[in-house]
Design a protein around this ligand. Structure first.
Ligand code: BAL
Ligand code: ZN
Length: 857
């Protein structure tokens, strides 16, 4: 398959100012008639080229006259045109119910819906399917009135009516020019939760969340989040909604989390449906974040879109940054930051260190679907965050206003965004731009010298950006590092917080009047997405974990202490747990005394994941990492048993409520339960079972199930049965049932997962279900790397089967196999062999081909 390169970008030869679509909807045979007004752009005599995929033209006409001098080049429809402006009409037939890729128009749960980003629109009709061709859309849908009573499309509804033959029709008009990837339609039997929002200029917006009738009671949280998002974007970014209606539809079969189609967001139902009985606190938070994210795209993505797909982070990085800000404002900003950094380290750091590493603005791709990555999204958000940190809030907001103002209604580039930030602030971001072109997680070395006599302390910093595939010998980047000194004797701050811009390979920062031995708090708030290598001792880290006034830095010191301990245990078999036990005890006491909030404490006392520990090692020994981590967990459980029981009992028996305090208490209780079980306490399974049985909410029920599933007990089997039977008709909760088992730390997880793939409720056709079992297994480091390579074989088999249905989802689940270089033989060889088997399978998709071939390079 061809490789597309950023440098090859050319402006479109033809534009399409207006698009009229007419759908005769039917699951097995939908007719699509498209009427495009096209205009020649620039002086050239090139024909009109329209992208298509999977269909053939049934009719083509120009200015109302049928033509037959069109041709197909591959799947591209080429139409010779003599003038500078024409009306081109095409007709095709497509079969939504045979669309298993879930790109274009497809069937889900008896309804019809679309997914067009990035290149799904070409599977619906012939069109210049690229984000820099913006068009206004008028859409008419005709369908069986009984089967598809609801007909929705982008924009505002214009008219609807009956045809007298059992069919009905509806027409929608979207006045905002948009690229084809934002097109959407939905037809089906759906109930609606209606509400409204008045914008700050007094515009009344009708809001609707469409779901299956039975799910209607589970839409309130999403509706609330939507209104909060609309108000937040007005207040924080000055962005107001622009149409008379804003609709959301939830569907069960969806490749992404959700999609920001103009005025008609389509969501994976897992990011809409919630009630206390079926959704965890984590689900509630994720729903609010995704609702906000899609809503915020109305400006950062829709009003200003991307010129080409190499600019994807322009809208995704910025929008993730925006949704993170929204979520931080809804509860504890510190806990939100900790969660985001945990997520970055779990998904993006390994990507940046592996065969699929790419800059946030990639230079090339084979299949753009493979670039909806943690790097584009989450590292992209970190890059925006660094700009905000460097410029300060006022200048950043001025830059964002300028960007929206200048590029409204157009397709822009990352460079346009950075240039607006420069213009509004007067800052020079020339070197900062390297964040867009260089992949890899920078490594920062830090050491602190103190001269007691002069009262001077010197912080020596160095940076190195590691080599990544295709990129070696990189130039230094601009790293904004927030630092502060604390006195190790008094615990007092010895300096203000300072923003250090490390832009050279090395630099020194001097602090005066440092009257006692200082300890440095570094990269506070995770101000730069880097790895810090410092000479701080275990005692220094324990000190910061206890005293730092930045909650993130406090968490970070604790994590580093745990990580150092786990690495020593893994590599040297040295199990000196004293410092960690003391720091965890202190932190738990902070919860008891009320000094620290429970949600923070729950995060702070969690050990780094096995995968993250593995990421620090030259070669990963999954069994040694597991043993080291379990050893520390057991020790923490045993030596602090009384404290865990106390934490567990705090707030026990309180009826469910969804407040930050109640959420924090549930989180800490479930962490405590995990440690209690790790300690080997004789009553742990009974305690978990009691929680499971009495729970009045999913957070507690699933927390108990997770603990039980990690062990061997009668309670485990009983809980799995009860859970399954209770939720047999709720797909989203069954996903949890599969996922919890796939993430289990039991020795026999690989075999249990293989057996679960034979369960009647398992299907690869539903992406959520595939991710719940196959995706979760791939990130269960110990289970996936079970000796002998059975896990590798099983994953490869699943990927090949899934690729035949849904290439996009299959390709996203490949990375665990691609990390073979990080493992010693025989694992590395076994993993490679499976990659080669996939690569050698005839007919694999270009999605999977790209991932597998890069992983083998
Ligand atoms: N644009 C794809 C889904 C999302 O990032 O919102
Ligand atoms: Zn997005």
């Amino acid at each position: 398959p061809p490789v597309l390169r950023r440098e090859d970008y050319r402006a479109p030869e033809w534009t399409v100012p207006e698009t009229d679509l007419d759908f005769a909807l039917d699951p097995s045979a939908t007719r699509v008639r498209a009427r495009l007004s096209v205009r020649r752009s620039g002086a050239h005599d090139a024909p009109l080229r329209l992208d298509g995929a999977g269909q053939v033209p049934l009719a083509v006409s120009v200015d109302g006259v049928a033509i037959n001098d069109w041709r197909l080049e591959g799947e591209t429809l080429v139409i010779p045109l003599s003038g500078d402006a024409h009306v081109v009409e095409t007709e095709v037939e497509i079969a939504p119910d045979r669309n298993t890729q879930l790109m274009g128009l497809y069937a889900s749960g008896g309804n019809l819906c679309t997914q067009c980003e990035a290149e799904g629109f070409r599977r619906i009709t012939y069109f210049p399917d690229r984000p820099d061709v913006l068009s206004t859309y008028r859409v008419r849908m005709t369908a069986d009135a009984a089967r598809f009573p609801v007909l929705l499309a982008n924009g505002d509804p214009v008219a609807r009516g009956e045809n007298g033959d059992g069919t009905h029709w509806a027409e929608w008009h979207d006045p905002f020019p948009k690229p084809s990837y934002l097109f959407a339609l939905v037809a089906g039997k759906l109930a609606v939760n209606r509400s409204s929002f008045t914008t700050r200029s007094g515009r009344e917006v009708e809001l609707g969340i469409y779901v299956r009738a039975a799910d209607l009671p589970r839409t309130e949280h999403a509706m609330h989040a939507l209104k909060l998002s609309m108000a937040w974007d007005e207040r924080v970014y000055g962005r107001e909604y622009d149409l008379d209606v804003f609709n959301i539809v939830a569907v069960d079969d969806f490749n992404f989390g959700a999609m920001e189609n103009k005025g008609l967001n389509i969501f994976n139902s897992r990011y809409i449906l919630a009630d206390p009985d079926t959704a965890t606190d984590y689900d509630y938070d994720a729903i609010a974040a995704v609702v906000a994210h899609e809503y915020f795209h109305n400006w950062s993505g829709n009003r200003v879109t991307c010129r080409d797909w190499f600019q994807l982070s322009l809208k995704e990085g910025f929008t993730v940054y925006r949704d993170q800000g929204f979520s931080a404002d809804q509860g504890s900003a510190a806990v939100k930051r900790i969660e985001d950094v945990r997520g970055l380290r779990a998904a993006q750091f390994p990507e940046d260190a592996g065969p699929l590493a790419h800059p946030i603005r990639p230079e090339s791709y084979i299949e753009i679907s493979n670039f909806y990555t943690a790097t584009i999204y989450n590292k992209g958000a970190e890059v925006i965050r660094m700009m905000a940190t460097i410029l300060g809030p006022e200048a950043f907001r001025a830059g964002s206003d300028l960007y929206f103002d200048r590029f409204d209604g157009t397709a822009a580039t990352c460079e346009d965004f950075v240039a607006c930030m420069e213009e509004a602030s007067g800052a020079d971001l020339t070197q900062f731009r390297r964040w867009y072109s260089q992949a890899g997680t920078p490594r920062v070395s830090a050491s602190l010298e103190h001269h007691a006599g002069s009262g001077r302390a010197t912080l020596n910093l160095g940076q190195k950006v590691p080599d990544t595939p295709g990129q070696t010998g990189k130039a230094p980047q601009v790293l904004p590092l927030k630092v502060r000194l604390f006195g190790s004797e008094t615990g007092r701050p010895l300096s203000e917080e300072q923003l250090v811009l490390l832009s050279e390979p090395s630099m020194s920062v001097t602090f005066e009047t440092v009257t006692e031995r200082p300890v440095v708090s570094l990269n506070r708030g995770f101000s730069a997405p880097v790895v810090i290598e410092s000479d701080r001792t275990a005692a220094d880290l324990a000190f910061l974990a206890r005293t730092d006034d930045d909650p993130f830095a406090r968490y970070e010191a604790m994590q580093q202490l745990m990580l150092d301990t786990l690495i020593a245990a893994t590599v040297e078999g040295r199990a000196d747990h004293d410092a960690v036990v003391a720091a965890v005890a202190d932190t738990l006491d902070g919860a008891t005394s009320g000094e620290l909030d429970a949600a923070f404490v729950a995060e702070a006392v969690l050990l780094p994941s096995e995968a993250f520990v593995g990421d620090q090692l030259a070669l990963v020994d999954p069994d040694a990492v597991f043993r080291a981590r379990e050893g520390l967990r057991r020790d923490l459980g045993r030596r602090l048993e009384a404290r865990w029981r106390q934490a567990y009992d705090t707030g026990a028996g309180e009826p469910y409520s969804y407040t930050p305090e109640a959420k924090g208490a549930r989180r800490l209780r479930n962490v405590a339960l995990g440690y209690l079980a790790a300690s080997g306490a004789a009553d742990a399974a009974q305690v978990a079972w009691r929680q499971f049985e009495r729970a009045d909410n999913m957070t507690d029920r699933q927390g108990a199930l997770t603990t039980l599933v990690n062990g061997v007990s009668d309670e485990r089997e009983a809980a799995l049965d009860v859970f399954y039977n209770r939720y047999a008709d709720n797909g989203l909760v069954l996903d949890k049932w599969f996922q919890t088992q796939a993430l289990s730390s039991r020795d026999d997880t690989a075999a249990l997962v293989a057996a679960l793939a034979q369960h009647p409720d398992f299907t690869l056709a539903n992406p959520n279900r595939a991710r719940a079992l196959v995706g979760a297994f791939g990130v269960n480091q110990r289970a996936f790397h079970t000796e002998g390579g059975a896990g590798y074989r099983w994953l490869a088999d699943q990927l090949l089967a899934l690729d035949a249905l849904n290439p996009q989802t299959a390709a996203k689940l490949l990375p665990p196999l691609g990390r073979w270089r990080r493992f010693a033989p025989p694992r590395a060889a076994l993993m490679r062999a499976e990659l080669e088997r996939i690569a050698g399978t005839p007919g694999i998709s270009k999605d999977l081909f790209e991932q597998v071939s890069k992983s083998l390079e």
